[in-house]
Design a protein around this ligand. Structure first.
Ligand code: C2E
Ligand code: CA
Ligand code: CA
Ligand code: CA
Length: 278
C-alpha cells in the first residue's frame, strides 16, 4: 500500500514538474513570441439576427510556439497576467487589430472589431487616450474598435476600473461585458458599469435546445439586459436551432461556430464578402 502511495506521489510530482516547466517556458518565451512574429490574430463574426447581417467581429489571439505547438490563449493569457506581461500582449493585439482594420477599410470592408482587455489594462488611465490616437493615426472612426471585459476584471480594483471605463465611454468606445453570468455579482455590475453590450456566456447557450433550465436562464437574462436598453449577444452558438430559439427570445447578436470559427484575416474577408452577398 505504502509503495503504491509513494508511486502515486512520484507520478504526481512528475506531472507537476512538467506543468511547472511548461509554464516557465511560456512565461520566458512570451516576449520572444512577439519579436519573432509567432503571434497572430483570428476574427470571429458577430451576426445581427434581426436582419441577418454581419457588421462586427471579435478578435482572438493565437500563439504557435516553435516547440510547444499551439498554446491555448486561456493558458498563456492567464500566465501573462500573473507574470506582469499582459500589457505587452494587449499592445500587440491593439496594434495588429488597428492595422488590419485599416487594410480592410482600404479594401472596402467596413467592420467594427472588438478586442479583449484584461483587468490590468483597465487600470491604465492612459489606454483610452492611446487608443483614440492610434485610431486617428490610421484614419479610422472611433466606433471601429470596441472592448470586451469580464466581470472578474472589474472586481480587482473597481474604482479605478470604473473610472477608466468611463473614459472609454466618454471618447465613444463601446464596452461589452464578456462571459455574463459566470462572475460573482453580474447584476450589481450591470448597474454600475457604463456598458453597451452584454455577452451571455457559452455555458448557458450550448444546451439551450435541450435544457429547459438553460433556456429559462437565457430568456430571463435577455429580458433583463434588453430592459436596461443594452444590446445582447449569445456566444458559442453551434446550431441553427440555437439561432431560431435565440431569435424567438429577441436576442440581438449571435456569435459561434454556426456562422464561423474564428478565421485568419484573409479567410475572414472571404467569409465576410460571401455572407454579405447572400
Ligand atoms: P472569450 O473572450 O470568451 O472568447 C470566446 C471563446 O469561445 C474563443 O476561444 C472562441 O474561439 C470560442 N468560441 C466561439 N464560438 C464557439 C462555439 O460555437 N463553440 C465553442 N466550443 N467555442 C466557441 P479562444 O479563442 O480559445 O479564447 C479563449 C479565451 O482566451 C477568450 O475567451 C478570452 O478570454 C481569452 N483571449 C483570447 N484572445 C485574447 C486576447 O487577445 N486578449 C485577452 N486579454 N484575452 C484573450
Ligand atoms: Ca471575448
Ligand atoms: Ca466570452
Ligand atoms: Ca471565456
Amino acid at each position: 500500500q505504502a509503495r503504491i502511495e509513494s508511486l502515486a506521489i512520484a507520478t504526481y510530482l512528475q506531472g507537476e514538474d512538467e506543468r511547472y516547466l511548461r509554464e516557465l517556458m511560456i512565461i520566458r518565451d512570451l516576449p520572444i513570441a512577439i519579436s519573432q512574429g509567432q503571434l497572430h490574430l483570428v476574427f470571429q463574426p458577430k451576426v445581427d439576427i434581426h436582419n441577418n447581417r454581419c457588421n462586427s467581429a471579435e478578435t482572438l489571439i493565437r500563439w504557435q510556439h516553435p516547440q510547444l505547438g499551439f498554446i491555448p490563449p486561456d493558458e498563456f493569457i492567464r500566465l501573462a497576467e500573473n507574470s506582469g506581461n499582459i500589457s505587452m500582449i494587449s499592445d500587440w493585439v491593439l496594434n495588429a487589430t488597428v492595422k488590419q482594420l485599416a487594410l480592410w477599410k482600404a479594401q472596402g470592408i467596413e467592420l467594427k472589431v472588438a478586442i479583449n482587455l484584461s483587468a490590468y489594462d483597465l487600470t491604465n488611465a492612459q489606454l483610452p487616450g492611446d487608443i483614440k490616437q492610434l485610431l486617428a493615426d490610421h484614419d479610422l472612426p472611433i466606433e471601429a474598435l470596441s472592448i470586451e471585459v469580464t466581470e472578474g476584471a472589474v472586481m480587482k480594483d473597481a474604482q479605478t476600473v470604473i473610472a477608466v471605463l468611463q473614459q472609454f465611454k466618454g471618447i465613444g468606445i463601446a464596452i461589452a461585458i464578456d462571459d455574463f453570468g459566470t462572475g460573482h455579482s453580474s447584476l450589481a455590475y450591470l448597474k454600475l458599469l457604463p456598458v453597451n453590450e452584454v455577452k451571455i456566456d457559452r455555458s448557458f447557450i450550448k444546451d439551450i435546445h435541450t435544457d429547459a433550465t438553460d433556456l429559462m436562464i437565457v430568456d430571463t437574462s435577455i429580458r433583463l439586459i434588453k430592459g436596461l436598453n443594452l444590446s445582447v449577444v449569445a456566444e458559442g452558438v453551434e446550431s441553427t436551432e440555437g439561432i431560431d430559439i435565440l431569435r424567438r427570445l429577441d436576442c440581438d447578436i449571435v456569435q459561434g461556430y454556426v456562422y464561423s470559427k474564428p478565421l485568419k484575416a484573409d479567410d475572414f474577408a472571404i467569409w465576410f464578402n460571401q455572407f454579405s452577398q447572400a
